[in-house]
Design a protein around this ligand. Structure first.
Ligand code: HEC
Ligand code: HEC
Length: 86
């Protein structure tokens, strides 16, 4: 799944769309761990931003990409494609 609603601010920040591998997450977690408490079960229904992620919501929920169990939020390239090289 591709998160690209915020294409413009991502372009400004020099990162491309964020890719979310749904199948991979299904292998690791049960549906109820994400739906509906972390993500509404509908494409585009969640207003995900890096501020929200860093505030501990969505991808940055404490047991998720803000824990030793998963790569951290500061490794931009694990989620965003087309990151501009400096
Ligand atoms: C790690 C979290 C996570 C898990 C676990 C997870 N999902 Fe999702 N799911 C998401 C995200 C993120 C989206 C996209 C939401 C968006 O676009 O805002 C999504 C979207 C969906 C959608 C909407 C698809 C569409 O095209 O509108 C359905 C249906 C769905 N999930 C079902 C499931 C089912 C069934 C399971 C268990 C087998 C599951 N999900 C497990 C995070 C998860
Ligand atoms: C765990 C996955 C993940 C990581 C790691 C991540 N992002 Fe994101 N980021 C997202 C998602 C998902 C969105 C929502 C995009 C949308 O819906 O358009 C997003 C949105 C953004 C946006 C646009 C919206 C906003 O909040 O301004 C920018 C800019 C951004 N990310 C920059 C970064 C940078 C810079 C890093 C590294 C410090 C980073 N991201 C790391 C998943 C991630």
């Amino acid at each position: 799944m591709v998160f690209d609603d915020k294409r413009e601010s991502m372009e400004e920040a020099g990162v491309g769309p964020a890719l979310f591998p749904h199948t991979r997450h299904e292998e690791l977690y049960s549906c109820e761990e994400c739906h509906p408490s972390i993500f509404k079960k509908k494409r585009g229904a969640n207003d995900v931003s890096m501020k929200a992620n860093m505030d501990g919501r969505f991808c940055g929920t404490p047991a998720c990409h803000d824990s030793i169990g998963a790569f951290p939020l500061y490794i931009c390239t694990r989620c965003h494609i087309n990151v501009k090289q400096p």
